[in-house]
Design a protein around this ligand. Structure first.
Ligand code: ADP
Ligand code: MG
Length: 356
């Protein structure tokens, strides 16, 4: 499904130029890229807060902008719900009043129903509270609820979880997932987190310096070294998707294709699929069959790519899914790593973190 097609050019007086074109695929699209690459500017053009010099924006079957035709839909007529990182809720109004602010029901075929929004976001117990007495995660849920109650045709979110710590992020992410599943609302969200992109997005657009750097399915785009161009300092994060997990004797096992991965204890075997995170530096590569090691996990794979950075080498290995391993330049030479080589990835169970 293509709900948004976007093509705009604009130059700020500061000299910054943005020239971006993309079409979305699927329901949830993520905009990704370093600070200053123009992500918020793209959202401002869609919501109508900024009119680009040239451009065409189509949402569903409706044009929001077509400078060739001198057409620009005014902000107040655009049915766009916006959620920012630092949400501006009215401090002197209760959650209830904040939620009802901007609520639109008239002339809308299927408005979002107040009680349903409150249920899905579990806001019932918060209705009489004031924003200052809410946690960061609760404030984001209220903000999301308020955006939904304007009955938008698209939800735009600018780093909605940027200000939250890791645990809270996961909880808000779970609410976002519920919202998308419940209302099937097209969503475009700006994110810095590879994990949240992989979990939530069907489609990923990577931006850099006002241009689109790459576009595609999140796993493919994040698994390629193009997107590493800007993550040099942090490197890639390994996320293995586990569809099947079970307990054998006293061990928890997850399947990666036909291979087995020993997992840390799982609280709930029914929560599937889930992701397991590990860092490239947690992996050891071996070019020989290894035995007699205490490391439990041996995943066989093929080297796909070597990315040489100044002080280390990132090795992309296909084990059925993509795994990045980090080795020293000396290790690369001694192991004689090359594309197509069969290797074994050794991974301590303790270095694996279950994400959900
Ligand atoms: P991102 O959201 O990816 O961090 P932004 O879209 O906020 O990036 O900004 C991209 C660039 O555009 C920055 O260099 C910023 O200074 C510039 N910019 C954004 N808004 C304006 C504006 N209203 N006037 C001048 N320059 C702006
Ligand atoms: Mg921004």
């Amino acid at each position: 499904m293509n709900f948004l097609s976007f093509q705009c050019q604009h130059q700020f007086s500061s000299g910054f130029e943005i020239d971006v074109a993309f079409k979305t695929e699927g329901l949830v699209t993520s905009l990704f890229g370093p600070s200053g690459s123009g992500k918020s500017t793209v959202l401002a053009m869609i919501s109508g807060l900024l009119s680009p010099t040239f451009g065409k924006i189509r949402l569903g079957s409706k044009w929001l902008l077509d400078t060739d035709q001198r057409f620009c839909e005014p902000v107040e007529n655009r049915r766009v719900g916006v959620v920012f990182q630092d949400q501006l809720l009215f401090p002197h109004m209760t959650v209830n009043v904040n939620l009802r602010f901007g609520q639109k029901n008239e002339n809308i075929k299927k408005p979002f129903e107040f009680n349903r929004v409150v249920d899905v976001l579990e806001l019932g117990s918060l209705l009489d509270r004031y924003p200052n007495n809410l946690s960061g995660g609760e404030r984001q849920r209220v903000a999301l609820g308020r955006a939904l109650l304007s009955s938008p045709e698209i939800l735009l979110m600018d780093e909605p979880m940027g200000a939250l710590d890791d645990n809270l992020k996961l909880r808000v992410l779970a609410y976002l997932e519920r919202v998308v599943n419940e209302w099937k609302i097209p969503t475009l969200f700006v994110s810095h987190g590879q994990a949240e992109v992989r979990r939530l997005a069907d489609w990923l657009i990577v931006m850099k310096k006002g241009k689109v750097l790459s576009v595609g399915k999140p796993d493919q785009v994040l698994g390629s070294s193009t997107s590493l161009a800007w993550t040099n300092s942090v490197g890639p994060v390994n996320l293995l998707r586990i569809e099947i997990a079970y307990k054998r004797d006293d061990c928890w096992i997850g399947k990666i294709g036909v291979q087995e991965l020993n997992l840390p204890p799982l609280k709930d075997l029914n929560l599937k699929p889930f992701y397991v995170r590990c860092l490239p530096s947690d992996l050891t590569l071996s070019v020989q069959d290894v035995q007699g090691l205490s490391t439990r996990n041996h995943l066989d794979g093929i080297v796909q790519e070597l990315v040489e950075l100044s002080d280390r080498v990132l090795v992309r290995v296909d084990v059925g899914q993509t795994l990045w391993a980090e080795v020293t330049p000396q290790a690369m030479r001694e192991l004689k790593l090359y594309r197509g080589l069969s290797v074994t990835c050794l991974l301590k169970t303790r270095s694996l973190k279950i994400l959900w």
